[in-house]
Design a protein around this ligand. Structure first.
Ligand code: ATP
Ligand code: MG
Length: 207
């Protein structure tokens, strides 16, 4: 007797390698974009999600541009890359932004994917002060890039933390300097994408 076998249907989603580039992005600049691009290329990421912070708790002492303006600039800056996107998870969550909440939300939205949190050397140095740091490292591997003026130091991280270092061309650009320049009438052309220069100008974001 011949047995009829039913066709097998592949139901398992493919695991993708997804980078997460968190930041205040006030404004987003070419240091952020190059860091994401270099991390993607060196670590074989399929996609990078930029996540502008809602209310950054580390910057509670300073005035931060509204989340909607920072989100819009991030969308403008990443629009040309099909493997970049922008998430509103932090912008839409009320209260201070903690990376553990970002990662919990993105884990829920991407249950099948491997997550990689991309940071510059200055941010990695502060990770141990983050809320629920053990959980942060269990939710994502870390990729850290060099940043002028900072030394990559992963000595104090938890033993199970996975951190990959990526060397990129040093780009001595910061949002702080871009804001200062814009407020003093100096150009920010070529430090930030052209669309961001125009957006800052149109909305007079930095005076
Ligand atoms: P601010 O001066 O307002 O703190 P920033 O330029 O440091 O702004 P953030 O939004 O604070 O930008 O940084 C987001 C992420 O991008 C952090 O992980 C930071 O380390 C990284 N980063 C920012 N600028 C650079 C750069 N020039 N090179 C490498 N990484 C960078
Ligand atoms: Mg910073």
């Amino acid at each position: 007797m011949t047995e009829m076998s039913s066709p097998t249907v592949a139901t398992r989603a493919v695991t993708r390698r997804v980078g997460i580039m968190g930041g205040t992005f006030d404004p987003i600049h070419h240091g952020h974009l190059a860091a994401a691009s270099e991390a993607a290329s060196h670590c074989g990421l399929d996609h990078v999600i930029f996540v502008p912070t809602g209310d950054p708790w580390q910057k509670s002492e300073q005035t931060v541009t509204s989340a909607e303006h920072r989100y819009a600039m991030t969308v403008l800056a990443t629009a040309g890359r099909s493997d970049f996107s922008v998430s509103r998870v932090d912008v839409d969550r009320s209260g201070p932004t903690y990376s553990v909440d970002t990662l919990r939300d993105l884990r829920r939205l991407h249950p099948e994917d491997d997550l990689f949190f991309i940071t510059g050397a200055d941010t990695l140095a502060k990770v141990m002060t983050w809320k629920a740091v053990e959980e942060v490292f269990s939710l994502a591997e870390f990729i850290t890039v060099n940043r002028p003026g900072y030394v990559v130091d992963d000595a104090d991280l938890p033993p199970h933390a996975t951190v990959t270092q990526v060397e990129m061309p040093d780009l001595d650009i910061s949002s702080t300097d871009c804001r200062r320049r814009a407020s003093e009438g100096e150009p920010i052309w070529f430090l930030v994408p052209d669309g961001v220069v125009r957006y800052v100008d149109k909305h007079r974001l930095y005076g």
